[in-house]
Design a protein around this ligand. Sequence first.
Ligand code: ADP
Length: 305
Amino acid sequence: MLESTKIVEVKNLVKNYGSFCAVKNVSFDVYEGDVFGFLGPNGAGKSTTIRTILSLIKATSGHIKIFDKELNTNRNSILSKIGCIVEKPDFYKFLSAEKNLEVFARISGANVSKTKIHELIEFVGLKGREKDRINGFSHGMKQRLGIAQTLIHNPDLIILDEPTTGLDPQGIIDIRNLILQLKNKQHKTVILSSHILSEIELIANRMIIINKGETVVQGSVSELLNAQDLIVSFTVNDVEQAKQILAESRFTKDINSFSTSSILFHTSHEHIAQINKLLCANNILVNAIETKRKLEDYFLKLIAN
Ligand code: ADP
């Protein structure tokens, strides 16, 4: 199978703020058509990496290539093909959505027709509101208009730093659907940062998880999350008796720990039903079975710390 084109190549990126190392040797590639999830708890180094890619700050060391060109020596031509939201998008709040986009089009220097502006407004679901002033817009509407703004100069790569922060559930769904349309209908490559694994899982095909500036894991989202390793908790009426039964079974090696009411296994999907069957056949009442994927559990612990 042909490998698709590399759009972003980050190699051994390091960023120090004085003596503090915010990004430690991070490397990743983003391919054409990817929705690439950039995941990590607050303070992990996501924004720092994104700002470096956008040339807003300078890397301490490492290499960044975008569209197969060195960022350091081709800054302007590269940035002209990138659309981004790195902070809350800012608008002229007493102007309408349409006028705002017209102003941004002029600033970008791109030759943008009225038709294109109306198409963008429709794309982000603001048709009918284009003549309204921004100061009456909800946070979600502003984020969607921000996405229209990033598209004004028809960039190939879109970078969105935590675009769903502060949105209500419907706002989150709207942005998620827009990102999927960017990929599927507009064939854009998207880098999306988030501290919510489930959010990335729903839209990204590849991802990297970073923590304290270091790479934890990276690869295909489905492969990373649907790995066989599960953390399964069986809540039972008699842990002591269950322990004895399990000790004589082949599942003894899957047991991780016990509490007063439950047994925790590191096991695979296939074993869940079999463990349940064994316990039930020996008159143990299984009150609940909870499963978590190992990576999900690990990430939740990172966030909680
Ligand atoms: P994230 O986007 O994952 O929340 P950041 O990249 O914003 O993380 O921050 C990574 C680390 O770098 C944090 O510990 C943060 O406090 C620190 N940091 C970010 N910007 C600066 C700065 N300008 N000066 C010093 N430290 C910074």
